[in-house]
Design a binder for this molecule. Structure first.
Ligand SMILES: Nc1ncnc2c1ncn2[C@@H]1O[C@H](COP(=O)(O)OP(=O)(O)O)[C@@H](O)[C@H]1O
Ligand SMILES: [Mg+2]
Length: 344
């Protein structure tokens, strides 16, 4: 067997322990403020995965001293997992810094795709432009904005640019104008950002992930979130309570029995996932979240342009469902980047 090429890889992370104190004030009163940041253990799991394939890998915080450090370390490529600490487009910051340095290769979205996919309304505008199905929506800058006439209750209220279920719970479903105003006010006040209000899609939570680029992509088995392990009182919306506090109660169906629900549905979900990935300009990997309505029609909620690849994240569980390991997954992401740059 020919020996595999190995590379010098900088694993870039934003560790929760390095969050500047101002970041914890980002959403000062919520328990989920730093939910999207990684632990050192997670970062080291990426390093171990890359070393297992013979790469030279070093873990580094994606901070302002990156330019000097990269000039010294001279990696062939960076595995960028930086979620950013502060700001509307925080996932775009490290990619923008790397672009500014110039001649630095890195996995995952560039600054534009990172910013677009971090902002749910902007993503939805792109999806709408390309005729991809996403719930009807309106962004509320204040709780008193006039409601567009075609939005029908029940509605769903969430922060416009958070992730990891931040600001998402059973109370996000609103059935009256008074509930809508209250919830919008809560989101704006708590997360210091406009609220995204969408048609509420009553049905199953589905997520579909891929690695690769262009037409050369690999789809992981599609996951359906199984809410049966959670206390019923926390509701069947996949929010931060489920993702963090009740993490241990997580159950899924992977692969989801989509073609039993409706023949051809799994292909439809894969095609939509691929379209969303390409149209938003994502690279190397991505994960698209859907809700299915009562007739099993898919509605696109968002794309995670920098999806979690920690040992217990959705994408890892999906990879494991087809017999792959966490080491395989991390290296698939790296290989997608290496291939895109013509290095393998
Ligand atoms: N329009 C909607 N209708 C029904 N449920 C929704 C809607 N939007 C979000 N949800 C629920 O909230 C969860 C999180 O929403 P999502 O947009 O994926 O944000 P996050 O970035 O927090 O994952 C979804 O998995 C789903 O359970
Ligand atoms: Mg989601």
């Amino acid at each position: 067997m020919p020996s595999r090429k190995t590379f010098k890889v900088a694993v870039l992370v934003n560790l929760a322990k390095n969050a500047p104190s101002v970041a914890s004030e980002r959403v000062s009163v919520t328990h989920d403020a730093l939910a999207d940041l990684d632990s050192e253990k997670t970062g080291l799991s990426y390093v171990a995965a890359l070393r297992a394939r013979g790469h030279e890998a070093v873990l580094r915080e994606g901070g302002l001293d990156l330019p000097a450090w990269l000039a010294e370390f001279k990696p062939d490529i960076c595995l960028n997992t930086c979620e950013g600490f502060i700001g509307d487009s925080r996932e775009a910051q490290v990619p923008a810094l790397l672009e500014m340095i110039g001649n630095v290769r890195y996995t995952g979205p560039g600054p534009l795709a990172a910013a677009v996919t971090q902002d749910k309304p902007t993503t939805k505008q792109v999806l709408h432009y390309y005729g991809l199905p996403t719930p009807l929506f309106q962004v509320f800058a204040t709780p008193h904005d006039p409601v567009r006439v075609d939005l029908r209750y029940p509605l769903f209220v969430k922060p416009k640019h958070e992730g990891t279920g931040m600001g998402v719970k059973a109370d996000s479903i609103v059935r009256t104008a008074a509930q809508l105003r209250d919830r919008v006010a809560w989101v704006i006040d708590t997360y210091q950002q406009p609220a995204l209000v969408e048609s509420y899609i009553e049905g199953l939570d589905i997520t579909c992930g891929l690695t690769g680029n262009g037409d050369d992509v690999h789809f992981f088995p599609i996951t359906e979130v199984d809410f049966s392990g959670y206390p019923p009182e926390i509701g069947a919306v996949y929010g931060s309570l489920h993702k963090i506090e009740y993490d241990e109660a997580y159950r899924n169906k992977c692969p989801a029995p989509l073609d039993d629900y409706r023949p051809g549905l799994s292909d439809e979900i894969r095609t939509l996932t691929h379209q969303v990935f390409l149209r938003t300009g994502c690279r190397d990997y991505g994960r698209v979240d859907f809700r299915l309505d009562a007739d099993y029609n898919p509605h696109i909620l968002e794309i995670n342009g920098l999806p979690g690849i920690a040992p217990r994240s959705d994408l890892t569980l999906m990879a494991e469902a087809e017999g792959l390991t966490h080491t395989d997954l991390v290296n698939m992401v790296l290989d997608a980047g290496l291939k895109r740059y013509g290095l393998i």
